[in-house]
Ligand binder design. Sequence first.
Ligand SMILES: [Zn+2]
Length: 94
Amino acid sequence: MNWEFKPGAGGSDLPSDVEPGEPELLEAFDRWIHSSHPNTGRKGCPGRQVLMALALAKEKFEDEYTLNHIGRCAACLDDLKQIKRELTGAGSSR
Ligand SMILES: [Zn+2]
């Protein structure tokens, strides 16, 4: 990955034993965010275009609001994973 979350910024309640950055930890983070911040109402979501820009960012993505938001929004995290899958073409039948 070429972008990173900023847990801790803005008073994140990410448990201290979860530090995103390594695949296994990301998986734990993924489980945690779905139980803690499912955000089924998509409240405050920056939108798919922004997530797309994040997925395409070659250098560090500088939109702090978006990074913070995704760090606590399972809906956006799912979208981001979906977008990355589409970008890499994995699982695409088209
Ligand atoms: Zn969101």
